[in-house]
Design a protein around this ligand. Sequence first.
Ligand code: C2E
Ligand code: MG
Ligand code: MG
Ligand code: MG
Length: 273
Amino acid sequence: ASKKGGKNRFSFFAPSMEESIRQRLQLEKMLQQAVMNREFFLHYQPRVDTASGRIIGLEALLRWTPDGHPPISPDQFVPILEETGGIEEIGEWILETVCRTARAWQQMGLPSVRVWVNISGKQFQDKYLFEKIEKILAVTGLSPRYLGLELTESVLMQDVEVHIAKLKQLKQLGVMISLDDFGTGYSSLSYLKRFPIDEIKIDRSFVNGLLTDENDTAIVRTILAMAQSLGLRVVAEGVETPGQRDFLTEQHCDEMQGYLFSKPVPPNRLSTC
Ligand code: C2E
Ligand code: MG
Ligand code: MG
Ligand code: MG
């Protein structure tokens, strides 16, 4: 708030806030370009079956490295794509790319694994999502049983009845449904029972504190016991240490995912695994 310095007549914001608004606007502009120019690509992170140690699934994760910038995290840019509407276009591109890639792997004779796609709120609210997925599967030739969708609690908690109907439709088609980041949202147990989901994914933040934080350890134990009694599979994300892996194995967690097994990698790195 200085009178000097020419154009800077008066500022309502602290400089840091002004700076962050400027950065946000710049990011929005860059993203608009990125959507138009299809600057995005996908990495895939293995999901490991606890019992056999084999890779039985792959999660597709969106990547963006704008020209002359370091990579920007999807945690940062996906919410902006949601707000500005870009997610609809990119979301469809992601689904189609993942299904086409998975089908190509199968045709190369690689073992068939299920591919998992993260679906954002706006995308799930799309009235035509089911039709779009059905069409993408038909066009790419991927069987629905090799596709899984990862949804977060906050997404499902809005419009519960509509979403239950949509999930049922997808399940009937043969697509698997996962409840991502479990424990960070606010889903009640009664909803959990009503949603036709196949599995829950324990959020990384709890797995991170396994064995070092008593509360996190108790939470993971409880989630596993609850899911098992509801007949749901459980996946742990963010497994980084052998200690965490051993604990989850003892507790009969069905699947694991994390840097201990592999970071997300480009698709060409997977076909040579
Ligand atoms: P998410 O779906 O919960 O994905 C898990 C995140 O944890 C990924 O971050 C992954 O790289 C990271 N991760 C996996 N294992 C470990 C580990 O052992 N340690 C640590 N520290 N991190 C691990 P990423 O790729 O940055 O994605 C962040 C979030 O962005 C995702 O969380 C998801 O919510 C969103 N996202 C990513 N790709 C897409 C996409 O294609 N569509 C939509 N709608 N959202 C996406
Ligand atoms: Mg996910
Ligand atoms: Mg997650
Ligand atoms: Mg997450």
